[in-house]
Ligand binder design. Structure first.
Ligand code: JET
Length: 261
C-alpha cells in the first residue's frame, strides 16, 4: 500500500519509522511518503494560513497550497488515491473503516492545522476522488497529524504480512469473528503469582474448552460494564444459554429499542 501525507509538520511522523509499521515499510509492504505543504507556497514567508471569511477566532488553511500539493502528489495517476482528512466533524473511524482502507492500494492524508482547511479544497477533490472526512473521536486536537498516526497504525497492522500471527487480527475486539462485538477480556503471562496477585487458575488448567468459555464470560462482563451500548448491539441469535446467564448475572437487560434491530 502507498500512503502519502501532506503536512506542515512532516517531522511529526517519525513514529512511523519504528516497530510494526517501521518494519512493514522496511519490507516494502508499506510505502509511506511525507510531503511538506509549505513546499507548495510561493511567497517568502511560505504562508499556509489566513483569516477566516465571516470573522471569528483563529486562522484557516489557504486553498492554493493544498491544491498545488494534492495535484502534484496524485499526478496523472489513475486510479487516484482516496483522500482522508481528519476532522472532529467527520465520519467516525472504526475497525470497519480500517478494514476498508486496508484494501485500498493508495491513501492520501491531509491533516489540517489551525481551524481547518478552506472547504473548497474538499469540494474540488470531491468530484475527482473519494474524499473522506474522518473523526478518530469526540475531542479536538491541535492538528490532524496525531489522527493520521492513529489511522495509519490501525490500517497498517491489517495489511497482509504485517502481523506475525494472523489470528490476532481475527480476535480483535471490533473485528468480525468469534468474539465479534465484544471487548477483549484480561490477559496474563508468567509468573503465576506476582506481588500476591494470582493468575486465574482456569488459565493454568490446560482445559481449552473451559478456558475459551471463561474468556467469553470475561469479555461479556467487561463489555456490559464498560460499553453497554456495544452489549445492546450484540446479535441475540448468536448468544448461547451460558452467554445469557452471564449477561443476566451482570444485570444486563436488552431494552425495547434493541429488540427493534
Ligand atoms: C480530530 C480528528 O482534531 C481533530 O482533527 C484535527 C482538526 C482540528 C480542527 C479542525 C480540523 O479541520 C479539518 C478540516 O476538515 C475538512 O478542515 C481538523 C478530532 N477527532 N478526529
Amino acid at each position: 500500500m502507498r500512503v502519502d501525507i501532506i503536512s506542515i509538520f512532516p517531522e511529526y511522523f517519525t513514529p512511523l519509522d519504528v516497530s510494526l509499521i517501521g518494519k512493514a515499510r522496511h519490507r516494502g509492504i508499506l510505502d509511506i511518503r511525507l510531503h511538506q505543504l509549505r513546499d507548495w507556497t510561493d511567497d517568502v514567508h511560505r504562508t499556509v494560513d489566513d483569516t477566516p471569511y465571516g470573522g471569528g477566532p483563529g486562522m484557516v488553511m489557504k486553498p492554493e497550497p493544498w491544491g498545488a500539493a494534492i495535484d502534484s502528489v496524485i499526478g496523472p495517476a489513475s486510479p487516484p488515491p482516496r483522500l482522508v482528512v481528519p476532522t472532529p466533524s467527520g465520519r467516525p473511524f472504526t475497525q470497519e473503516l480500517a478494514l476498508e482502507y486496508a484494501k485500498e492500494p493508495w491513501l492520501l492524508f491531509a491533516p489540517a492545522r489551525y481551524e481547518g482547511i478552506d472547504a473548497r479544497v474538499m469540494a474540488e477533490y470531491g468530484s475527482r476522488l473519494r474524499v473522506d472526512e474522518v473523526s478518530i473521536g469526540d475531542y479536538v486536537l491541535a492538528g490532524g497529524e496525531a489522527a493520521v498516526l492513529v489511522i495509519v497504525e490501525a490500517v497498517g497492522r491489517l495489511l497482509p504480512g504485517v502481523l506475525g500471527n494472523a489470528g490476532s487480527v481475527v480476535d480483535d475486539s471490533f473485528a468480525p469473528g468469534a468474539m465479534a462485538g465484544l471487548l477483549e477480556g484480561p490477559v496474563y503471562t508468567k509468573p503465576p503469582v506476582w506481588r500476591g496477585h494470582e493468575v486465574p487458575p482456569i488459565l493454568l488448567s490446560g482445559n481449552h474448552g473451559a478456558i475459551a468459555r471463561w474468556r467469553r464470560d470475561e469479555a461479556l462482563r467487561r463489555t456490559v460494564a464498560k460499553r453497554p451500548e456495544l452489549a445492546a448491539r450484540l446479535d441475540r441469535e448468536a448468544l448461547d444459554k451460558r452467554d445469557r446467564e452471564v449477561l443476566d448475572d451482570a444485570s444486563f437487560r436488552f431494552t425495547p429499542e434493541d429488540m427493534a434491530d
